[in-house]
Structure formats: C-alpha cells, structure tokens
Design a protein around this ligand. Structure first.
Ligand code: ZN
Length: 95
C-alpha cells in the first residue's frame, strides 16, 4: 500500500486523523463513539480521540501511536518470543 497521506507505509493508518498505530488494538482504542452516528453532526458520533484526550498514549520507536499498557504488553510478548526462540535453538544444538 502506498498512501501519499503517510510519509511511510502505515501499519494501522487512520484516514480520519492521519495517525499510524502500532497495533489494531491501539487503533481501536483511539476511536470512540457510536458507529451509526456521524461526527461532528452528532456529538456522540464516531470519531478519533484528540491527543489531549489520550493521556496514556505515546509514540513507539517507529513513530507509531500506542499506549503505555499496550506497549508494555507488546514488549513482554517480544521478550517471551526471543526467549522461546533461544530455547528451541538450544534444543536443536543439544540434539
Ligand atoms: Zn484516527
């Protein structure tokens, strides 16, 4: 995908606010309101959160938005995976 609205190919790019998100979960977390209602015609309509409304949010090393909670979870996950890869490597060497 080559979208000129983004400087590099977005992972989970939002066409509403032009932000890119580290995960689909992070993307979903910045969208609020009723799917069936249009914003700003309806105040409760579907829209993107403003940065001021997202106190827990931060940009990861690739400039993608995520939350502290989601980032901590992702870091634990990748550490777990690195550990698993090393374990299986050890098992291969031992065999
Ligand atoms: Zn958005």
């Amino acid at each position: 995908m080559n979208d000129p609205r983004f400087s590099e190919t977005p992972l989970n790019g939002c066409s509403g606010c032009r932000r890119d998100f580290a995960s689909l979960r992070a993307f979903d977390a910045h969208r609020v309101g009723e799917h069936s209602l249009d914003f700003p015609e309806h105040e409760a309509g579907r829209r993107c959160l403003d940065v001021e409304e997202m106190p827990e949010w931060l940009k990861d090393s690739r400039g993608r938005w995520t939350t502290q909670t989601l980032k901590a979870r992702a870091d634990r996950f990748s550490q777990h995976h690195q550990g698993a890869a090393l374990e299986s490597l050890d098992a291969t060497e031992a065999a």
